[in-house]
Design a binder for this molecule. Structure first.
Ligand SMILES: C[S@@+](CC[C@H](N)C(=O)[O-])C[C@H]1O[C@@H](n2cnc3c(N)ncnc32)[C@H](O)[C@@H]1O
Length: 296
């Protein structure tokens, strides 16, 4: 069989098996081609003529095994290859961490600087709930003078973050820290804090497709309404930011509930290409001056 033949078969199997998408690709064809090229050790940027190349018997066995694990065992493609991409950067990933897909990648380079007095002099930043460390690394590359604390409660996730920090040669500026949000171990005060915390309501996590349930539950489950960690982070952050600092949080589908509870902090919602606009910014001054309202 040719690579093109394998691709056509895989795309049919993705449909037949109802494979869940959205972890590294939204289209089965893109993901299947990626898995084929990666399994055969071919460059991901191979030109279309590669589809006509014949596959040996040994290579066919390897492909059959990869698609068996992906489509019958529902192992996410990124865990099969051990890599994922965000903002054009490659990160090691495995079952210890969420597969990087944060909306922050759309926001950091284009929309954040206007909220800072002097973006070039940002000296101190934190990525709370760092997982693979992907956002801490993107932060450090955006704010080139900053030291960045990469905080996670999971020691296993921090091992992955530390590996990625080393691979991106940022060990002098990005520091994996084990801690419960901002409660311990972190330094500060920070100019910038960002967080992509677990924000799925617990009941949703139970209903996610198996591919997503293979990610750490600790990375997904945000409590009964998804806002458990958001609430605690907002309560802590005012004291840990510099006076003109900013806190940015991704809340997924939780915007309405967030607005009900924290609207008085006047969140700014960043624009994202799919219109979900699920990342907001809060200013230190407002976090400090306005006590959270009691929940009704
Ligand atoms: C949604 S994942 C985000 C990972 C990464 N920042 C990204 O965008 O791909 C959330 C992460 O929060 C971590 N986490 C959960 N509870 C935490 C807590 N109380 N304090 C710090 N980190 C926590 C999980 O271990 C997980 O790595």
């Amino acid at each position: 069989m040719t690579i093109g033949g394998w691709l056509a078969r895989a795309v049919r199997d993705y449909a037949d098996r109802g494979a869940a998408m959205g972890q590294i690709a939204s289209e089965p064809r893109d993901e299947a081609l990626y898995l084929i090229l990666s399994t055969l050790g071919l460059p991901l940027e191979s030109d279309p003529s590669v589809l006509g190349r014949r596959v040996s018997a040994a290579q066919s066995r390897a492909l059959a095994e990869v698609f068996r694990r992906r489509l019958q065992e529902h192992v996410p493609a990124a865990y099969l290859t051990g890599e994922a991409w965000l903002g054009g950067l490659r990160f090691h990933v495995d079952e210890r961490v969420l597969i990087p897909r944060s909306y922050f990648v759309e926001i950091l380079d284009e929309q954040v600087d206007p909220w800072l007095r002097d973006p070039g002099s940002v000296a101190s930043a934190a990525d709370i709930c760092t997982g693979s460390g992907c956002l801490a690394i993107l932060l450090a590359r955006h704010f080139r003078a900053a030291r960045v604390d990469a905080v996670d409660v999971s020691a296993a996730a921090l091992e992955v973050a530390a590996l990625n920090v080393r691979r991106h040669r940022l060990s002098r500026r990005v520091f994996p820290v084990q801690g419960d949000l901002l409660a311990s171990g972190t330094r500060g005060p920070y100019d910038v804090i960002l967080s992509n915390p677990p924000y799925e309501p617990s009941a949703h996590v139970d209903r996610l497709p198996e591919e997503f349930r293979r990610e750490p539950r600790l990375a997904l489950d945000g409590g009964p309404d998804g806002l458990d960690l958001v609430r605690r982070l907002i309560a802590q952050a005012g004291r840990r930011l510099r006076p003109h600092g900013i806190l940015m949080i991704e809340v997924g589908g939780g915007r309405e509930a967030f607005e009900r509870e924290f609207g008085h902090l006047e969140p700014h919602w960043f624009h994202t290409a799919d219109g979900s606009d699920c990342v907001c910014l809060l200013q230190a001054a407002r976090l400090r001056s306005r006590q959270p309202r009691a929940r009704s």
